[in-house]
Write a protein that binds this ligand. Structure first.
Ligand SMILES: [Zn+2]
Length: 188
């Protein structure tokens, strides 16, 4: 994956400012292209990162029961409008064969997936697939809830509305009781 070209972002932002009829040379806007480029380099840094990298170290822990990490905060950028959407991710999995990951690694993987132009649906399924591929657990369930600025500040303008997505793999697929248990923990 290529590196982020901040010079090119600066030029593009200057063009956008001109295109909306602004003067990119007025004092308040003078450093804006540079600031936006720096911010984009940060919020899109996940493009150079494989979320599965974070699951390379596993503990040989003999726990084949539910692990749930909930309320992992995240920010991402909607790929349709390049404005933020943000919320919380909840990750539940049932480890198999001692393949248990560090709890902070789950948060790191979420960050890697979110720091690129994204869709909430894809974030949800990518996290689930990364865990399936890396930890080969009995099952995974990922729930993501988010508020989308493209729904809040433009178009239908529905502030406070939340979108909830879920991805279910393995034993959770055919076990409504297990899914209900996870959901009840998330709601607590
Ligand atoms: Zn959008």
């Amino acid at each position: 994956m290529g590196q982020i070209n901040t010079q090119q972002i600066e030029e593009a932002v200057r063009l956008i400012l001109e295109a909306i009829g602004e003067d990119p040379n007025r004092e308040g806007l003078l450093d804006t292209p540079k600031r936006v480029a720096k911010m984009y380099a940060e919020v899109f840094s996940g493009l150079n990162e494989d979320p599965k990298e974070h699951f390379k170290t596993v503990f040989g822990e003999d726990h084949e029961e539910l692990v749930l990490v909930k309320d992992i905060p995240f920010h991402s950028m909607c790929e349709h409008h390049l404005v933020p959407f943000f919320g919380k991710a909840h990750i539940a999995y049932i480890p198999k064969g001692g393949k248990v990951t560090g709890l902070s690694k789950l948060a790191r993987a979420v960050e890697a997936v979110c720091r690129r132009p994204q869709l909430q649906e894809r974030i949800t399924s990518t996290i689930a697939e990364s865990i399936v591929d890396s930890l080969e657990p009995h099952g995974v369930m990922v729930v993501v809830e988010a508020e989308h600025m493209c729904m809040t500040m433009r178009g239908v303008k529905k502030p406070g509305s939340k979108t909830i997505t879920s991805a279910v793999r393995g034993v959770f697929t055919n076990d409504p009781a297990a899914r209900a248990e996870v959901l009840s923990f998330i709601k607590e």
